[in-house]
Design a protein around this ligand. Structure first.
Ligand code: ZN
Length: 413
């Protein structure tokens, strides 16, 4: 039987979008990879049958990134142009290279090592269309990941179209192989798929309860092209809705330029929004209308959208979330930033009971951050922690733990 471990550290965990709990001198009791108890340190009586460990810092739950393209990690933030040009000129030619297994292995190792180093323990990622690149990512995954190969049957370079499934029967075996907890049906976005194919994928999603990930309403040019390609649909959201692709397990990247009718539809379907503020800034896509999202009570979580997003650091994404909306006069608290990058992300990915907070019963996945110093309140400290450029923030976590074990930075051997 594994021994229990009592960790003494400062603790900070989200309660909901507006509140968190801070324990300056806390104890976290762990057994068999799970959190057993969380409290002030003096509440823990001496235990003979356990190890204790003092950590010089503050623990928060592991971060969740609900929209990231692992195959773009090595070119993240490199090209700053508008969405459609960025995809066609830079990203799709780059992704075509993932038909080579050697390249896919190397990039997958780097991706999962870097995301863990930055504190991400849970995520949902787009792969290239290639089946084998998807399998390679699944093999190297560290932490809890949901993966999907981007489905691109049209309007893409020939090598990507050739590699892509063009019917649901070609997708179902991958779903079977990885399982519904770890595979997401991934029509890349409406322009890469016919209405027929999306209908088949929607039927598969409804029948199996699988996750779906796609992009919705990121740039005005994209929206114009979608209207031309699907004249029968009322709007961009309706293209997916007609196909049956909008479910409570659907995660929609961006959702920047939506009409009232589209907000209503998303609210009715209870689909999730992956809000990617740093990516939206990098491609100058516009600001997601946070006020409308709140008014319609839409469910959303934060995401990096690497490689349009310049960094896989969720601390950097939280910084851009706070700054971008505040600059538009919309209030955002540090409590909400942490919640959207942890518990909301876990809820979005169907892991709300497993991850997302420091709560008894959940997996012991967490991140050690530098200890709050001086007399500043915990809100001020957290805002200070989010300062710095992307490279600083990628390396700000002191340690990442998975299932009660420190895993990053990689132990020196
Ligand atoms: Zn994306």
């Amino acid at each position: 039987m594994s021994k229990t471990l009592l960790i003494r550290a400062s603790l900070l965990t989200p309660l909901d979008a507006n509140r968190w709990q801070y324990i300056s001198d806390g104890g976290l009791l762990i057994k068999a990879g799970r959190i057993v108890d969380v409290d002030r340190i003096e509440q823990f009586a001496d235990g003979r049958d356990r190890n204790t460990l003092e950590l010089d810092g503050l623990l928060v739950p592991g971060f969740a990134d609900v929209h990231i393209h692992w195959v773009q990690h090595h070119v993240r933030g490199r090209f700053q142009t508008d969405l459609m040009e960025w995809l066609r000129e830079h990203i799709w030619p780059e992704e075509a290279g993932f038909e080579h297994a050697g390249l896919a292995h190397g990039h997958a190792r780097a991706f999962f090592s870097d995301t863990l180093r930055a504190g991400t323990t849970l995520g949902m990622a787009y792969s290239s269309p290639h089946d084998d690149a998807l399998r390679i990512a699944a093999e190297h995954a560290r932490g809890d990941w949901i993966l999907g190969n981007a489905i691109m049957e049209k309007s893409a370079p020939e090598p990507l179209r050739r590699a892509s499934p063009d019917n649901a029967d070609a997708v179902a075996p991958l779903l079977e192989e990885l399982g519904t907890a770890h595979y997401a049906i991934t029509p890349r976005f409406a322009l890469n798929c016919s209405a027929r194919l999306m209908g088949e994928l929607g039927e598969l999603a409804q029948r199996t309860g699988a996750f779906v990930q796609t992009h919705l309403s990121e740039s005005p040019q994209e929206i114009r092209e979608v209207h031309e390609a699907f004249p029968e649909a009322r709007d961009y959201t309706d293209v997916y809705d007609r196909a049956g692709l909008l479910t409570p397990r659907t995660v929609l990247g961006h959702c920047i330029h939506l009409s009232q009718r589209e907000y209503h539809t998303l609210a009715q379907r209870r689909s999730w929004i992956a809000h990617c503020p740093s990516s939206n800034e990098a491609l100058d896509s516009g600001r997601m209308n946070l006020e409308a999202i709140r008014r319609h009570r839409l469910r959303f979580a934060l995401a990096s959208d690497v490689g349009a997003g310049p960094s896989h650091s969720m601390l950097h994404v939280m910084q851009r979330f706070v700054d971008q909306h505040r600059a538009a006069g919309v209030p955002v608290t540090p409590e909400e930033a942490l919640y959207r990058a942890t518990q909301a992300g876990a809820d979005c990915l169907g892991r709300g009971r497993e991850a997302g907070s420091l709560t008894a019963g959940k997996r012991a996945d967490f991140v050690l951050l530098p200890r709050p110093a001086g007399k500043a309140g915990i809100e001020d400290w957290f805002e200070e922690l989010l300062r710095g450029d992307a490279a600083d923030l990628e390396r700000r976590p002191l340690q990442t733990w998975l299932g009660g074990t420190p895993v990053s930075p990689d132990p020196v051997t």
